[in-house]
Each structure stands twice: as C-alpha cells, then as structure tokens.
Ligand binder design. Structure first.
Ligand code: NOJ
Length: 586
C-alpha cells in the first residue's frame, strides 16, 4: 500500500444548488462557494467535490449536461469557476469535478444531431433500436427513475435508451469517436488544473450488446435489467483506455460511483496494480434497508448486518484497493435521521456516526450540512418537492391506489430532497442561504440547526468534526492502519481496533494470510504497540462494552468522546445513548 494525498485527505461534497446563493435568485452558485472556503478550511477538509456545474436544463439538477465546456448560467460564469479553483488552490486544497458521461441531456448538441436522422454522423453516439415486431419497446428494462428505459422518437421511428429520465439519453461507449470526444473533454478540464473526478454511475457505461429482455420482478413492475448494464462486459476495457489516454498523465484522484459492486468487483476497478480508479462508492451499506434493490421499499436493518458489510469491505480492500467512507450524499436521506436519532439524541448520534466514518480505513467524505447535523425534512405535501425521482415515484404510487399520506411517509424516509434542502447558515429568514425565494424550501428546523450556532458552541457537531479531522491528521494509523472488528454479533455496539499496518496483497495465499492473522493476534497482545480502540453505541439504550481479553495494554488515553467524560478504563465501559469513544491503547 502506498501513501497518497487522497488517502490522507478528507473530502467535502458541495451540492452547489443548495450551498449558498450570492445573487438572490434562490439558487446556490459558484461565488457562494468561494465565499465559504474559509469556513471549509476551518473545518479541516482539504478536497472539495463539486456536483455538476456544467450547462444543463436541470431536469436532474445538472446530471443532465447539455454542454460539458460551459458553466450553468444559474451558477455563474467560467471566470467565477476559475476564481473558485484558484482560491481553493491558494488554500492548499484540491478540487474534484463531477464527470457525467454515462448519459447527456437530450438538449446536448450530440443528441440533437443524433435524433435528427438515422444516418446522422452522431446517430451512433447514443443507443437507438427499432421496436419489437409489435412496435413495443426493444426490451423490458425499467428506468431507474420509473417507467420504461426506452423512449420512442417519432421523427426517425426508433427508440433510444435512457437508464435515468427520458431527458438523459445513454451514450454509446462502443463508439470510438464518442470515447475520443470524452477523453478530449476530460483532458481540457484537467489542463485547467483540477485534481480529479467523481465519475457518475461509471460502471453503467458498458451494456450487454444484445440488450436482452430481463426476467420480470413480480406483478406489474418492469424488471431493472441491471444484470445487463452494471459492470458490463467492456467496462474494464473502457476504464483502462481512459486511464492510459487521460488519467495516467496527472496526479489526480478518481472516485467512481458504482451501484451494484461487491468487494470483488470493486477490486477489479481499484486494485492498485490495475490502474483504473483510485476508489469507488459502493452502495451495499446504504442499500441494507432496501427490499430487492428498490429504495422505495423499506425494510428494517440490524446493526450486525451493517457491521458485516463494513467489515467485508474493510477486509477485502485491505492491501489491494482503497475504501471511500460515507453515509450521506445528495441522493441519500440524511444519515442522522436514518442511522441515528434526529430527535433527543441528534447531536450525540451525529457525532457518533461521524466517528465511524472518520476512523475506518479509507477516505472520509462529508456531505454539506452533515457537519452541523442537518436532518431529513417532512414537507406537508408533494408540491414542496423538486426531485424528479421523488415526483415520478409519487405519481406512480398514487396511480397504484395509495393515499397521498401513505406515499409521503415513504418520501420522508427516502426522498433525495432530504439531502438537498438548502444549507442552514444562520437563523435569519431563508437560513442565510438566499435573500430571494429558495428553489427548494428550507428545512423548518433551521432556527435550531445552523452554522452560526455550531461555530459559537464548542460542543457542537461542527467542532467535533474538526477534532476528528485533526485526529486523523495526527495519527496515520487511523488512515492506513489495519482494521479488526470486535463483537461482530452485538446489536448495540460497533467496536473495532486499528493497528499498525501489516502488509498483505492481492497475491497472498491462504497460508500467508493465516500467518498475517497470527501476527495480528500478537499485535493485540503486544502492549508496546499502540492501537486505536473505537467503541460506538448505535442505540438509544445504555450499553456495556467489555474489551476482549486478547487485547493487552498498559496505558490508555481517551482521544475523543461525544459526551462529557469520566474516568474509566476501556476494559469495561458503560456507554450512554449513541456514545462514541476513541482510545489510544499502549
Ligand atoms: C447518480 C447521481 O448521483 C444522481 O444524482 C443522478 O440522478 C444519477 N446518477 C444520474 O446521473
């Protein structure tokens, strides 16, 4: 395992539309972000990831790009963007851009040309097919946003594929000329000096070329067809080509958004000897409460299952690849509402979850507002919602006979707008986000939860994040050290050790691995070796932690806790609701 800036850094994800509006039009913008760089530097993060800021008609808030080379008018100008980049770099920070190349907007000039005629030179930039004999869709795949994944185009009498909305036609990566255009565009941005890309649904770019029908899932609903386009047959080829032609020429980080990867598939993408991506976002963890891969079907989750998933990813990528660590993003409900408690224990549980993210092996990601403990929102009716996925779901669910209240309950738990309500800067009108009318309503709890209060209060969620980030900078074992789960079956406690890294690698045989395990056991017992112990109470009830006997130490130092502390040795701890402790043992 080699050292890298993107392993030792902390990423902060900005959803520009909802961050800070500098000109009163109700939409966040680039100048707003620049104005808050000192705030972000004060938090301690050093890598910014900007969600898409390119020209877009905004049916999917910028994930439908109509020009890769221009800035969205609502966000400002290229000069604003250049200024942002330079201010970021002046502070010693890095800037990562979103790369959305599985699809474009249907308003992109390539698609406009493509749909103009069957013999257009751009026809093959997208995926066009004639209907079946009866004129129906070329196959039975569902769009991720509901309905069929195909749209019929009158003009040329064929269908085009769109895995997301019909305003987001999928690009045909089999076309060499298209790939070349994408590499040119990536190079253009990299030459401006950016520090990497977050790659939107990058493992969807290679489709099974015959586009076969998928097996139906239950009555009525169309099958996803995901087995034919996630991690498709030419994915590795495309990524290696991209790496050779573009990525390898720069010192950058890349993180691929990859729904439906397990650690084996992820290793194919991130293994250090393969030269494809630095990291991936996996969703096994955040889909643990989905039924049959459907986010709108909510099932209860158990801490033991949560730990099992974290554990597998920590162990399987150890020594070969690198984890990305996150519980939030712009597509997910707020973690404190989902895995913590956004009522009585909001502050404690927000800090406890942060402790998890910042003390595992991998690179931590903070999604805007997470650092002040922002929560989900419950708007009174559907007219408040803006997210295309939420609106489509609402319409379909009402059509199927559910009442508005029933549908809203699901939306409260799952809507992407939970993460997209504007950033809460202070307790003035519109939370200091805008002087105009916000594009999406502010969460009504803004008078209690906002940045200004967090900055003034030394016990705030913000200051806890600051300490966590600082701790990771001071102790490299938190970045690179090995991870060992304790108490795997416990349904209240998540506890683990981080120990100095013992080298393992992809080529290790079972025999070598068992030697490594023996060496690790010795490490636990070697009181001279410093180990970090993390104990997290994931429940509203008190919990007792007993340190397994094999872990030996002589001195202990409490590095961090989310409650006022009391003297206790970590061999036996009584933890309060959502309590988190981090100890150095030696
Ligand atoms: C994943 C993005 O994170 C999400 O916001 C978007 O809707 C889809 N990809 C389609 O681009």
């Amino acid at each position: 395992m080699y050292r890298a800036w993107w392993k030792e850094g902390v990423v902060y994800q900005v959803y520009p539309r909802s961050f800070l509006d500098s000109n009163g039009d109700g939409v966040g913008d680039l100048q707003g972000i620049t104005a808050k760089l000192d705030y972000l530097q004060g938090l301690g993060v050093n890598i910014l990831w900007l969600c898409p800021v390119y020209r877009s008609p905004n049916y999917d808030n910028g994930y439908d790009i109509s020009d890769y080379y221009s800035i969205m008018d609502e966000f400002g100008t290229m000069a604003d963007w250049e200024e942002l980049l330079s201010e970021v770099h002046q502070r010693g920070m890095k800037l990562i851009m979103d790369l959305v190349v599985n699809h474009t907007s249907d308003e992109h000039s390539w698609f406009v040309e493509s749909r103009a005629a069957r013999n257009s030179p751009y026809r093959d930039y997208y995926i066009w097919r004639p209907g079946k004999e009866d004129g129906s869709e070329p196959n039975n795949w569902a769009s991720e946003f509901g309905g069929s994944a195909w749209e019929y185009d009158e003009k040329t009498g064929e269908y085009y594929l769109h895995l997301f909305s019909k305003k987001q036609p999928d690009l045909n990566w089999e076309n060499k000329r298209l790939r070349r255009e994408i590499y040119t565009m990536m190079t253009w941005w990299l030459d401006k000096g950016i520090d990497g890309f977050r790659m939107d649904v990058i493992n969807l770019i290679s489709k099974e070329p015959t586009l076969p029908d998928a097996r139906r899932r239950g009555k009525g609903s169309l099958p996803w067809g995901r087995e034919f386009y996630r991690n498709g047959p030419r994915l590795q080829y495309f990524l290696r080509e991209m790496h050779a032609k573009v990525l390898s020429k720069y010192d950058i980080m890349t993180v691929g958004e990859t729904p439906g990867v397990d650690p084996e598939k992820a290793n194919l993408l991130v293994a250090e000897d393969r030269h494809e991506l630095s990291m991936v976002f996996q969703f096994e963890l955040l889909e643990l409460d989905y039924q049959d891969g459907d986010k709108w079907k909510i099932i209860p989750w158990k801490l033991s299952d949560f730990k099992k998933i974290v554990n597998v990813w920590q162990e399987r990528l150890e020594g070969t690849g690198w984890n990305s660590l996150f519980l939030n993003n712009h597509d997910q409900p707020r973690a404190v509402s989902r895995f913590g408690d956004d009522g009585t224990y909001r502050v404690q549980s927000a800090k406890m979850l942060a402790t998890l993210v910042h003390t595992l092996q991998g690179t931590p990601y903070i999604y805007q507002g997470e650092e002040i403990g922002m929560t989900n929102v419950r708007f009174p009716d559907i007219s408040y919602y803006r997210d295309i996925d939420t609106l489509n779901f609402y319409e379909e669910a009402i059509r199927s006979g559910l009442s508005p209240q029933e549908v809203l309950e699901t939306i409260y738990a799952r809507s992407r707008d939970n993460a997209r309500t504007p950033m809460q800067w202070d307790d003035t009108e519109s939370a200091g986000f805008t002087t105009g009318v916000p594009w999406l309503a502010i969460n009504p709890n803004y008078q209690a939860i906002h940045v200004k209060e967090n900055l003034a209060n030394p016990e705030s969620v913000f200051h806890y994040y600051q300490r966590l980030i600082q701790l990771r900078k001071e102790r490299l074992v938190l970045v690179y050290g090995d991870y060992h789960l304790l108490l795997p079956q416990d349904e209240q406690l998540f506890a683990y050790l981080r120990t100095p890294n013992i080298k393992t690698g992809p080529g290790f045989s079972e025999k070598q691995l068992s030697e490594v395990r023996r060496a690790e056991d010795e490490l636990f017992q070697d009181a001279d070796q410093e180990k970090i112990l993390v104990v997290l109470n994931f429940s509203k009830q008190p919990a007792v932690f007993v340190l397994p006997e094999k872990v030996k130490f002589q001195t202990d130092q409490l590095l961090l806790s989310n409650y006022p502390t009391r003297p206790e040795t970590p061999t036996r701890l009584e933890l309060r609701p959502f309590e988190a402790r981090v100890y150095a043992l030696k």
